[in-house]
Design a protein. Sequence first.
Length: 145
Amino acid sequence: MSRMRASSLRQQIGQGHFQRGMAVIAASLSLLSGGEAYYEHLRGSYNQRWMWTPVWVTPPMLAAAVAAFSSARAARVALPIASTVNLLEGLLGFYLHLRGIRRMSGHVRNLRFNITMGPPLFAPLLFSAVGTLGLVATFLRREET
């Protein structure tokens, strides 16, 4: 039974079903995380220039993931670039949110309050998750015909 499942999984990957599915998931999560970042940073009045970066990386990731659904070439060329940028954007955002929490009054001594009232610490990692999904879709590519 496990041989049939492994064979079926290889067939699904080879035909591109897995890659297309991961591209759709990456596109939808990119849209959701980009919209959430836009709204939350709008509430913060975009008082730091870095707050614009999640808004800038969302459309290219969305376009690359949608293109990867229908084009093997886009999945091979555009998706890994956009995914890597999203992954790095998430890590940068995590660092900047951590720095924002540290800059609040009380610093680390008042950590429970600062994590609750400061920038959401793990929200930028949504971009890293989207980038990781895109990279997984890139590496499990469809067979060349």
